[in-house]
Write a protein that binds this ligand. Sequence first.
Ligand code: GLU
Ligand code: MG
Length: 453
Amino acid sequence: MAMTKAASAAAKDFAAAGVGGVHLAWADNNGIPRSRVVPIAGLADAATRGVGATSLFAVFDSRDAITYGHAGLATPSGDIRLVPVVDRLRRLAGQPALAWAPVRQLTKDGEPWPYCQRAVLERQVAEGTRRGLEFRAGYELEFAVAPAGSTDVVTTPGHPGPAYSPHALVGLDGFVAALLHDFAANGLRIGQLHAEYGVAQLELSLAATDPVSAADDQLLARQTIHAAARAHGLAVSFAPLVGLGAAGNGWHLHTSVRRKGRNLLDGAENTPEGDGAGYLAGLLRDLPALTAITAPSVPSTLRLRPGYFAGAYAFWGVENREAPLRYVPGTPLLGADHANVELKTSDASANPYLALAVVLAAGMAGIEDAPALPEPIGEDPGGWTDGERETRGVRRLPADTAEQDAALLASPRIAGVLGDELLGAFRAVRASDAAWAADHTADEIVAAHLWRY
Ligand code: GLU
Ligand code: MG
C-alpha cells in the first residue's frame, strides 16, 4: 500500500515534469537488459499488480533464441508479473521523457518467482544479515566506443588513444561531459573515468554501495551510457571482447565485508587476516564455479586469456593486475574502509545480481569454513612453465562452456545459490549458446555479441 502511494506520488511529479513512461528493467541470464515501458499513468498499478511478461525470458539465449531447454520452461505457456522497485525509480537524465526502475519478477500470485535473479541476491544479503555480516560492492565498467552505425569497433575506433591519455578523450568531450552529468543526475556515483588500454576503450567505476543497489546501479549505468553515446553520435560495446587481439571489456566486481562496522578485509602487512582471509580463500576455492556465473558467455571464455589483465589462472595477488582475485589493502592514507577484493573474471554477459550473489555466497562459506589461504602471487603465472604452475598449485580457469558447466556442478555450494529451477534455465541457455558457437568462428562469435549488452 505504501508502495502504491509512493508510486502514485512519483507518477504525478514525473508526469508534471514531462515524463511519459517508465522502463521496467531487469537483466536476463545472459546479462542482457530487458524492459517493458509502462505509461506514467500506469505506474501505480504496475507497482501493485505488476505487468505481465512471458516466463520464457529465463530461457532466452544470448541471441534471443528461446531455448525451451529446461523442464519448467519447455512450452510457450506461462506468465509472470514484473513489479517495479519504486524506491529505485529514476528519471533518465539522458532520456528526459522516460524514467527507469528495476523490477522484481513475481509469480501471478505475487510470490517470489524462483527464476528471479534479483531475489537470489536478496537472499544472500539476508543470509549475511543473519550472520551479522554486511557487504559493500561496486562494479567497474569497461567499454569500447565507435561512431554510431559502425559494424565493428576495431576498424572504426571511436578514439585514437593513447591509452589513459587526456588527448584520447578530446574528441569525445561532449560524450564525457554528458556521462558526468547524467550519472550524477541519475543518482549514480562515479569514482573515476578514463581512456582505457584497449581499442577505443573507456572505463568508469561505480562507487561501492550495498550489493542489491550495486547491481541495480550497474543496469542503470548501461542505460545511461547507451543514451549519452547515442546523443553524441556514438555506439558503445559492452561485450567481453570487441576483437580477438584486443584487450577485453572486464566488468570487475569489488566487494568487501563488514561485521559491526569493521571491514574484515583490512589486515596488517598487505594481507587479510582471520575472517577476511576466510572470505578471500572462499572466493579462491570456488573461483572456477564462480567464473561460470560471473563470466559465463562464449565471448567471456575468449576474453580470459593470460597476459590481458583479465584473469586466466586461479590465484590471488596483492594489487596484481593479472590476478583474477586482486586484493586491495587499506592503507594509512586510504583507511581500513578501502580494503576490498576485486574479481576480474566478471563481465557484462553476467547477470549482475547473480554474479554478486555467488560471490557473497562463496565469501560467506569461506568465513564459515576458513579454508587455508595460499601465499599471494606477484607475477603472471601465464609466463611460467606447466611444471612451475603445477608446483605452485596454480590451475587454468575453465576455458570453455563445457568446462565451466562441470566446474559449476562440482560446487554444490555455488550451484545451490541459484536453486534448481534457475540453475536449470541458466545451464540450458549456456548450452544453447555453446551449440551455436560450435558452428561459428571466433570472429563470428565476437561479432554476434558486440552490441548485445
Ligand atoms: N581490460 C582488462 C579486462 O579484460 C582489465 C584491465 C584492467 O586491469 O583494468 O578485464
Ligand atoms: Mg580497467
